[in-house]
Design a protein around this ligand. Structure first.
Ligand code: ADP
Length: 402
């Protein structure tokens, strides 16, 4: 294939994040972000990595995603990398929900679009925004292969015992209620990169991946295949997150309706946007929480303890699910940067063969690395995630086969 560039688009309802990669060497040529689409003060930040130039920022009205993508293309064109370039091989789109149907990256056609649309009831916030991005990109480059890479795909290998909720089967099936899991692109990339770090093939290792960003999820990966993950029908289930509660007795919701007089939307907002670390202590940034703890702040300390308690429970649960664990991998903003979180999550798990070396844990690096001592039975690793590279790699591999 002579064209070797892939544009990766992550479209939100009022934002688009993008990266342009050259797949001959997986290098990044440009990256950027458009925010506040549809407002008077839309903002574009573009970083031209290939030319090594400074980031350029632009603020002004951008009516819709089409205007935003045209502005992005104009910025890329300044370095000869515009959307109309013949060097562009494909566009890879992050799509949050692929349901049970999409188990692999998929070249987008009208039938695929219709299926993503059919999944809107289970992903009302994300899929419509992803669809807008796809439609806009197809409109601008109808001749170009466009690929959907699904956040849920890696988790479609989960056995029914892990994927089904223990509720009435007919009701669950009628409403497509089951555990889908998210962050799959990251879990796939990090579990493979962890195997590589250990010098082994993905088929030969069992890994617990802890993706700890503002959203957070854990997964149990056996021989390269996901067998359980902590997020469920939606990203609300599982770990304590920046603004989401994670696991909770579902009866809390009935209680808030009956006794608290709250509406469905109010509870949705409470649990997704005002809970987790921000609900517990008023901050969702782990740096700020650690700073407050260092100053003796009790609320921040309790929030941290609740966060760690849940994380530890999942490590134990996934140890039991896997039976044998070769490695735990920490990734995403918190996992890659917050040494105190890694130390506390693994503390006391020596009997499970899990130990963190204080000096190794304190090292700051962008490279995958081990933070467990050489004699440890279970490798504890920090493995920076790269969802854009994974989307670009999967997209390029797929269009190469067309
Ligand atoms: P998302 O993609 O879910 O928005 P990220 O993976 O970028 O999130 O993670 C963002 C979070 O990472 C921040 O909210 C913050 O809590 C945490 N974080 C980033 N840098 C650091 C750091 N140096 N130390 C501790 N936590 C950090």
């Amino acid at each position: 294939m002579s064209s070797s560039r892939v544009l990766v688009l992550n479209s939100g309802s009022s934002s688009v994040k993008y990266q342009l990669l050259d797949m001959r060497d997986s290098s990044r040529l440009a990256m950027g972000l458009v925010e506040r689409i549809g407002e008077e003060s839309s903002r574009l930040k573009h970083t031209p990595l290939a030319s090594g130039g400074a980031s350029r920022e632009w603020t002004g009205p951008m009516a819709d995603h089409e205007a935003a993508l045209k502005a992005v293309s104009a910025e890329l064109a300044k370095d000869g990398l515009g959307l109309d370039s013949p060097e562009l091989a494909a566009i890879g789109h992050r799509v949050v929900h692929g349901g049970r149907h999409f188990t692999e990256p998929t070249v987008i056609d009208d039938a695929v679009l219709a299926e993503i649309e059919r999944l809107i009831p289970v992903a009302p916030l994300h899929n419509p925004a992803n669809l807008t991005g796809i439609r806009t990109a197809r409109h601008l480059r109808p001749d170009l292969p466009q690929v959907a890479v699904f956040d849920t795909a890696f988790h479609t290998t989960m056995p029914e015992s892990a994927a089904r909720y223990a509720i009435d089967v007919e009701t669950a099936d009628r409403h497509r209620i089951r555990r889908y899991g998210f962050h799959g692109t990251s879990h796939a990339y990090v579990s493979r990169a962890t195997a590589k770090l250990l010098g082994k093939a993905p088929e030969d290792v069992n890994v617990i991946v802890l993706h700890l960003g503002n959203g957070a999820s854990a997964s149990a990966v056996r021989g390269g295949k996901c067998v359980d993950t902590s997020m469920g029908l939606t990203p609300l289930e599982g770990l304590v997150m920046g603004t989401r509660s994670g696991d909770m007795d579902p009866a809390v919701i009935f209680h808030l309706m009956r006794v608290g007089g709250m509406s469905t939307d109010e509870i949705d907002t409470l649990l997704n946007k005002k809970s987790g670390l921000i609900g517990l202590c008023g901050d969702n940034d782990m740096r700020e929480i650690r700073r407050r703890i260092d100053e003796g702040d009790q609320r921040a300390a309790l929030a941290f303890d609740i966060y760690i308690h849940r994380l530890k429970k999942y490590i134990g649960a996934y140890y039991a699910v896997l039976g044998k664990v070769d490695a735990i991998a920490f990734t995403a903003g918190v996992g890659e940067n917050a040494a105190p979180v890694r130390e506390a999550a693994v503390a006391g798990l020596e009997e499970l063969g899990m130990v963190v070396d204080g000096a190794l844990n304190a090292v700051r690096s962008d490279e995958p690395r081990l933070i467990s001592p050489g004699h440890a039975r279970v490798a504890v690793a920090v493995v920076p995630t790269d969802e854009e590279l994974e989307i670009a790699t999967q997209t390029y591999a797929l269009v190469g086969r067309i």
